[in-house]
Design a protein around this ligand. Structure first.
Ligand SMILES: C[C@](O)(CO)[C@H](O)COP(=O)(O)OP(=O)(O)OC[C@H]1O[C@@H](n2ccc(N)nc2=O)[C@H](O)[C@@H]1O
Ligand SMILES: Nc1ncnc2c1ncn2[C@@H]1O[C@H](COP(=O)(O)OP(=O)(O)OP(=O)(O)O)[C@@H](O)[C@H]1O
Length: 288
């Protein structure tokens, strides 16, 4: 095999609870994660000269060691003493620094692609071990689908497939640093937590309305305080056809869940007409 094309899909947080701050500065979390059909496209190709060459359609994105894709290719090349060069074309669709795990998903897809391209026979556990070194969301992005994520994100329990739903994602024109949001959360004083068990029961029962009643993300308080537009988008979504709406990850993206395609398109259209966000997407749930 000389080349491979792979999709790197975004995630949304159906719930996000933070349990404690650890001594290493990271936080133990309890989150329900869901993959959606919004994806970057990554094309990897073997090249003769022993180099890593990365190109992307986003001019502001680094194409050197600061890019997660570059990092994982470099690490795997070293770990497996691969002397063949790799050319990577990264076509970004997932907005950057959006709370949608764009970079993490690119890294996860690249690990899978390197495994195939060089016949490395890595198990899923091995790929997750590598992924964890580069970001807390990467193990989940390797697993994909519906999952409970604990620890700092590396302890994963697959859940039953999420019920059919249409997902409208709105990303306002602001960038949020994940580290800033975690560091500004007062874990000793969290007033409202998501009902993770109720969401799991809703997923088991295929009950989208039940799930939507229990949605919650404790990081919202931090990011919304900085950017009130997030709360405005959430309210707008609920008032314009979404059954439930929530900020994803550390934000600033907000998603709304709809049970009907027309309602989802209508909501996306209204968001556009009212100029509520820079990026607006209508997509669907991705199941493993
Ligand atoms: C917000 C989420 O996206 C929700 O899925 C994740 O928890 C964050 O995952 P991520 O972006 O892959 O996170 P990393 O790149 O590993 O970490 C970025 C920064 O976020 C903070 N961080 C991240 C994950 C975690 N469980 N606790 C943390 O405190 C740390 O300050 C860290 O320096
Ligand atoms: N392949 C990549 N795609 C996007 N961002 C990348 C990539 N590699 C490195 N980065 C850097 O990572 C930072 C976070 O981007 P990313 O899109 O992964 O955030 P995110 O969607 O908020 O992730 P998460 O939901 O995991 O917190 C950006 O500042 C960007 O420069």
């Amino acid at each position: 095999m000389n080349r491979i094309n792979i999709k790197a899909r975004a995630k949304i947080n159906i719930s996000l609870d933070v349990l404690r701050r650890r001594d290493d500065g990271y936080h133990d979390v309890k989150m329900i994660m869901q993959t959606v059909n919004l994806y970057d496209k990554i094309n990897l190709k073997k090249i003769k000269s022993d180099q890593i060459k990365l190109q992307t359609n986003l001019p502001f994105l680094p194409v050197d060691k600061r890019n997660l894709v570059y990092k994982v290719v470099q690490y795997i090349k070293e770990e497996y003493a691969i002397e063949t060069g790799v050319f990577i074309d990264l076509f970004k669709v997932i907005p950057v620094a959006a709370g949608l795990a764009g970079g993490s998903s690119d890294a996860a897809a690249t690990i899978i692609a390197m495994n195939k391209l060089f016949d490395l026979d890595m198990t899923m556990d091995k790929m997750m071990e590598i992924g964890t070194k580069f970001g807390a969301d990467i193990p989940y992005c390797l697993m994909r689908g519906t999952a409970l994520s604990e620890g700092i994100g590396e302890k994963l329990t697959p859940l039953k497939s999420f019920p059919k739903a249409y997902v409208v994602i709105a990303k306002p024109n602001i960038s949020v640093s994940t580290a800033f949001v975690y560091n500004n959360l007062d874990v000793t004083n969290i007033k409202e937590r998501p009902d993770t068990e109720a969401i799991i029961q809703g997923i088991e029962a295929g009950d989208l309305h039940g799930i939507c009643r229990a949605l919650g993300n404790v990081l919202e308080t931090v990011t919304m305080k900085e950017y009130p537009v997030i709360e405005r988008i959430k309210t707008f979504m609920i008032n314009n056809g979404a059954i439930g709406a929530l900020m994803s990850g550390s934000g600033p993206s907000v998603y709304g869940l709809c049970d009907d395609k027309q309602k989802a398109y209508h909501l996306a259209h209204q968001l556009k007409v009212k100029n509520m966000a820079k990026f607006i997407y209508t997509t669907t749930i991705f199941n493993r």
